[in-house]
Design a protein around this ligand. Structure first.
Ligand code: AMP
Length: 556
């Protein structure tokens, strides 16, 4: 793509845009303060898709910064921004000076009453008037057909829509969903201010929103209850100061007392010297979960993409011995005596969901895969009031036996453990989390392959990926798991760390036959598992063969 043309004055901008217009081109506009990240670039991408001429502005607007705010140190790097824009395709990059936008004697003010005083307005007086002024001036200079704003700054989006509508400006305002880092942190130029430790704390804003969403989907309607839990999570995670957590009407931004229709949950908090904001929309009727109360619940992780399988069939539906893998897992769970089963689905949602529902398995949808811990968290609406044990099994370990599951639960109950999990000694442990023990063979921790040192990689005892948790502390612990690992994912073994740190009993149980827990990630894995299955059938007694459905299948 062409390097974008830099224009510094309104006059030149107007003549460039006039030229595009007389050639019959539509004009799209993305205003920013620069130091671009993927959130900004998504706005530009959408603009590129919709409009012929793409105009981006970079202007760190002094009028939207209050005294003592970060105007001086706000990051700036025009060269870098220009290169990033070049990759996407931007025609005009408008970079005015402060004097160009606010020439000597400038006296005009605009503002959207009421809306400007809510949420961030309470903490940043004058901020939204500054935003309105610059956006209005830019819109009048560019006169775009469409302008793009991020939902990340939700209040700003609502205020700009109001202003555009009140003043009758002829521009279509498009709101773009928030772009997030892998661990969920909303992208922001201000994330640059965070130290390594603060960066981990910063994810708590996203987590508090996840918590609110899950509580609402679980049927909690009292806004105060939800907000209290959010604040507790933020404080427990170590944020420096919470400015607000709010549950508001998505248009008026008024606080709601009960969540009965679509709402917006918003949060603003300080992490060190960075003031961070984030928000999400939640529709309370999105799912109507069944509520489990007691006993044992099995959670099947079935959301993974299985990219390396290079197949259109969702990974867990790949067949082993004539049955989709996940069905083998469901069969083993049922044979272990568990009736309450919920699967977390993601990739290939529709197919996997309808298949599992036919087997009597409930499902929840994990929209973005942020790790196994995050996957289990999605079952919260089902397990909100559950008091019992939660058994977690992967949907891609088709050789798992019912006895292994049963033994794990029995040990868990007998020993009154907080967590019991299965380990196996693998001839080739590559790809699995390693089980690290101390000199007395006592369990210390699990290290994922990508985070493992050379010595740790040599360990052959691996996390088999089957866990039994006491439900009561599970979700609190899941929310405390951090994603400071190479993959920036919330790993389920993080719960082990959290619960162990609080003195909970954690017991690894070594299973004898490692082949039961072999996972399938590649076509080679699948081939190996199929071969093992066939070999197992040949050597098994007739009773087990019946359990495996072989006779039934032969009879058709
Ligand atoms: P800023 O440079 O912070 O003024 O942001 C410029 C535009 O990018 C605004 O419309 C923001 O809402 C939008 N934006 C900033 N961060 C994100 C994000 N993470 N995802 C989507 N849009 C964003």
């Amino acid at each position: 793509m062409k390097i974008p043309k830099i224009i510094r004055t309104i006059n030149r901008l107007r003549s460039e845009i006039d030229r595009a217009r007389s050639a019959g081109r539509t004009v799209g506009f993305v205003p920013t303060m620069g130091y671009l990240h993927d959130g900004h670039l998504e706005l530009v991408r959408q603009c590129r898709r919709r409009c012929d001429t793409v105009v981006v502005s970079i202007f760190v607007n002094p009028k939207q910064f209050g005294p003592g705010e970060d105007l001086e140190r706000y990051p700036r790097d025009l060269d870098r921004d220009r290169k990033l824009l070049r990759e996407i395709g931007c025609d005009i990059l408008f970079v005015p000076s402060v004097e160009e936008m606010y020439p000597q004697g400038f006296r005009t003010a605009v503002g959207v009453e009421v809306l400007r005083d809510r949420l961030c307005g309470n903490f940043r007086p004058g901020h939204f008037d500054g935003v309105c002024l610059i956006v209005l001036k830019l819109l009048l200079a560019v006169m775009p057909d469409v302008a793009f704003f991020g939902e990340k700054d939700y209040q700003q989006l609502v205020i700009i829509r109001r202003m555009v509508s009140d003043l009758g400006l002829q521009v279509d305002i498009v709101g773009v969903p928030t772009v997030r880092e892998k661990d969920g942190l909303a992208m922001s130029s201000r994330n640059l201010y965070l130290t390594h430790e603060e960066r981990a704390v910063a994810t708590s804003l996203y987590k508090s929103l996840e918590l609110a969403r899950l509580m609402i989907l679980a049927g909690e309607r009292r806004a105060s209850r939800i907000k209290d839990r959010m604040v507790k999570l933020l404080v427990d995670s170590g944020v420096t100061k919470v400015d607000y957590v709010a549950i508001v009407d998505p248009e008026t931004l008024e606080d709601v007392t009960y969540v009965n229709s679509r709402i917006r949950v918003a949060v603003a908090a300080w992490v060190g010297k960075a003031r961070l904001i984030d928000n999400i929309g939640v529709d309370p009727v999105e799912i109507q979960p069944k509520r489990y109360r007691r006993g044992n619940v099995a959670v099947i992780l079935a959301a993974g993409e299985g990219k390396r399988m290079r197949s259109r069939v969702p990974k867990v539906l790949q067949s082993v011995g004539g049955k989709p893998m996940v069905q083998r897992v469901v069969d083993a769970i049922k044979a272990a005596g568990l009736k309450q089963i919920v699967a977390v689905v993601g990739h290939g949602r529709k197919k996997v969901e309808s298949f599992l529902q036919r087997l009597g398995v409930d499902t929840v949808y994990q929209e973005v895969q942020r790790g196994t811990g995050h996957a289990v968290l999605q079952t919260y609406p089902y397990l909100f009031n559950f008091n019992g044990n939660v058994v977690v099994v992967s949907g891609d370990t088709p050789l798992i036996g019912s006895e292994t599951i049963r033994n794990l639960i029995d040990t868990h109950v007998k020993r009154a453990n907080a967590i019991t999990f299965a380990t196996a000694v693998m001839p080739n442990p590559h790809g699995y989390g390693r089980v690290v023990r101390d000199a007395d063979k006592r369990f210390l921790m699990i290290v994922e392959e990508k985070d493992a040192s050379r010595e740790e990689k040599a360990i052959r005892e691996v996390n088999a990926g089957i866990y039994c948790f006491r439900s009561r502390s599970l979700f609190d612990a899941l929310l405390m798991v951090d994603a400071s690992n190479v993959q920036m994912e919330y790993y389920l073994p993080g719960v082990i760390v959290a619960i162990k740190a609080r003195g909970g009993r954690v017991e690894p149980v070594v299973i004898k036959d490692y082949t039961e827990v072999l996972g399938v990630n590649t076509p080679e894995d699948l081939k190996a598992v199929r071969a093992l299955y066939a070999r197992r059938l040949r050597s098994e007694d007739p009773k087990r063969r019946l359990e495996n459905g072989v006779h039934r299948k032969r009879r058709g």
